[in-house]
Design a protein around this ligand. Sequence first.
Ligand code: PXL
Length: 274
Amino acid sequence: MRVLAINDISCVGKCSLSVTLPVLSACGITCDVLPTAILSTHTGGFTDYTFRDLTDDIPQILRHWKTLGIRFDYVYSGYLGSMEQIELVSRIRKEFLTENGVFVVDPVMGDSGKLYDGFTAEYVEKMRELCREADYILPNLTEACYLAGVPYPQNGATLDAESLLYKLQALCPRPIVTGITERQSISVVFAGKTGTAQKYKHENVNGFFCGAGDVFASAFVGCLARGKTDEEAVRLASDFTTAAIVRSATEVPDKRYGLNFEAEIFEFLKNLEK
Ligand code: PXL
């Protein structure tokens, strides 16, 4: 079982490939990587970070992989460094995913109601097209609102998560929306076996951590690759991410440095093996 993770390397700040590699390895899954960009830190809260876009390297990498006859059981894409990379990911799905392979798109582009630095409406439009090709999309609430073209619920306004999910199903049959906060809870909303909306809830824990979405998405992919159902994978990945957030709320004074997810890997694996 091999997964191709297409994501950036943020040298500091624990997100993207720095999260996906250890989590998938811990799950016992081979994780091959295609780095989309190299940044000195992630873009959430740091200033003056460096950014090297690796778009131009990708065609050569793919050419080499072609000579190896390599195929992936999962292609999982995250932060893409340029618009052109969205098209390259689509090409990778067509040329490198096995016949019954699974394509997972985390449409990384924003949080807290806003797009991240460098992302535009045009990018959102193009990402919507990539989502149409996916077996699963894993947007956070902000990304889900952008993809569905609905306003982000500001200042604690209530959100009809079910109707948001159904709107996303016009793009992809299995959307999984993370970070839906209600007063005391935070939930993941996803399409259950029959396609109807299901919610997996946790007590809301304070603290915004860049990379939390990557912990969830990586664990979700790891669980699927280990043969878990969608429901089990959502539960295991949510429990893992929430435990890491709870611990990090007190253990990590500067939230920009990311979750102490490492300390929760053992517990996650025990639950995965049950
Ligand atoms: O975790 C999301 C993410 C991934 N990669 C980069 C980011 C962010 C969030 O800010 O900046 C480079």
